[in-house]
Design a protein around this ligand. Structure first.
Ligand code: AMP
Length: 430
């Protein structure tokens, strides 16, 4: 299948060519035709599937007819990073169309947004809170919005935005078409979809998407050896760009400092940073100034760096959805990537849940030559120097013996494979 078959307006088609897209991804192939026909669509798709172009191209096509310089398409997204990414996609795909887009989100000044809105734009990409602020101040007019897109609806729900979304729905008297994208379908999103969508076409590109392009591996490790194992793993791995997730802002800060001390080009992304610092981290990661980005889940939402080769879960995520979202950052579109997760014995329930969602057992790996038996620092032992409990190293050894059915003292079951080796064996697909 090619993009020609959609019969997009020639100026929109030239944006597709300029972006270098040749073959539509599965969500594009299924969603673009009904969206062009004006149907409502509910797309079950995670980031990395090409969903942005799946809604942006039909929107640009629609905007080639009818009035200009008033808001006709509203795209609501949970984070400013995602909003920026969608705005950039509007700019890139619509570069020949003359269509203008603006972003509206908090954490930055109002005035530049007001100036841009006053000048007249057809597309607004907004986070809910700031959008409602503009509405109440009369600095945005949504009365002529024709198309509404709710992107990453499950994240908006997680972040408590659903009441805002319902308020926004009530502000769009001339809405003709609504598109909702979500990686998962909790009941709240299903209810929202029932209320907001009119006889939608449901498109499910499913979670198997991730499995096609991403290979997963677990690295059992005691908590106190995670950083040493990470440094060893990075030494062995042929990685272009690595996104590392930790559980907390504090751990993100500390780990990025440790990696920097070890000589890595690393930036951090966590909620305490100013918008300027976050943007600098993102830009530096995108242009290769930093090879590694350490982030928390919230801060990483909406990250679009198409070249991420590895996602490393330094800490396992709290939910299976978070796992799917994290690994959705690698293996984007037609690329492949690796997702490594460090697991301690405490993580076994979550590992089981993740394997259930993926529908297969994840390979356990050990790094050859790495000393897994180094004991924890003294804080974890009693005054007499005796461990109160078995040390994490002993626990992990037991855990590995159980899960890998090998004696780790005898050597590794699997050594680290280079990404390039893996990539050659993998087939494309998206
Ligand atoms: P998204 O899921 O919208 O965040 O898109 C993921 C990545 O895939 C982005 O970097 C897009 O630029 C890229 N992409 C989207 N559609 C295509 C396509 N048809 N061919 C190649 N890359 C694409």
């Amino acid at each position: 299948m090619s993009f020609n078959e959609f019969n997009l307006h020639p100026l929109v088609a030239s944006g597709v060519a300029a972006a270098g897209y040749t073959t539509p991804t599965p969500i594009q192939a299924s969603a673009i035709p009904p969206v062009l026909r004006g149907r409502d669509v509910m797309g079950l798709a995670q980031t990395g599937t090409g969903k942005t172009a799946a809604f942006m191209l039909p929107i640009l096509h629609r905007l080639m007819q009818g009035g200009r310089r008033h808001v006709r398409a509203l795209i609501v997204a949970p984070t400013r990073e995602l909003a920026e990414q969608i705005h950039e996609s509007a700019g890139a795909l619509g570069r020949k169309t003359g269509v203008q887009s603006a972003t509206v989100y908090g954490g930055v000044g109002y005035s530049p947004q007001v100036v841009k809105l006053k000048r007249g734009v057809e597309i607004v990409v907004a986070c809910p809170g700031r959008l409602l602020d503009h509405v109440s101040q009369g600095t945005i007019d949504l009365s002529r919005v024709e198309v509404l897109v709710l992107d990453e609806a499950d994240h908006m729900f997680d972040m408590g935005f659903l009441p805002d979304i319902r308020r926004i729905l009530a502000l769009l008297p001339h809405r003709q078409q609504t598109l909702l994208f979500s990686a998962t379908m909790p009941d709240e999103i299903r209810n929202l979809a029932n209320d907001a969508l009119n006889n939608p076409v449901v498109i499910d590109v499913g979670h198997s998407e991730a499995a096609v392009t991403v290979s997963h591996a677990l690295y059992p490790v005691p908590q106190h050896l995670k950083t040493s194992l990470l440094l060893e793993l990075l030494r062995h791995t042929d990685a272009d760009s690595v996104l590392i997730f930790t559980r907390t802002k504090h751990r993100t800060r500390r780990l990025s400092d440790q990696l920097a001390k070890a000589g890595h080009k690393v930036a951090a992304l966590q909620g305490d940073l100013s918008q300027g610092r976050r943007q600098a981290s993102m830009n530096g990661f995108r242009d290769g100034t930093y090879q590694i980005l350490v982030a928390t889940d919230i801060a990483a939402r909406g990250i679009d760096v198409s070249q991420i080769s590895h996602v490393i879960n330094y800490d396992i995520p709290n939910t299976t959805d978070a796992y799917i979202h994290r690994i959705g950052r690698t293996g984007r579109a037609a690329q492949t990537g690796d997702a490594y997760t460090f697991v301690t014995p405490d993580d076994s329930v979550m590992v089981r849940d993740i394997e259930k969602v993926l529908g297969s057992r994840i390979e356990r790996r050990m790094i050859s030559g790495f000393d897994y038996s180094v004991s924890a620092p003294p804080a974890q032992t009693t005054k007499t120097g005796q461990s109160r409990r078995p040390t994490p190293a002993v626990l992990i050894q037991k855990h590995m013996e159980k899960t890998m059915r090998v004696n780790p003292r005898k050597g590794p079951a699997t050594s680290v494979k280079s990404l390039r080796g893996n990539r050659q064996r993998k087939t494309g697909g998206s």
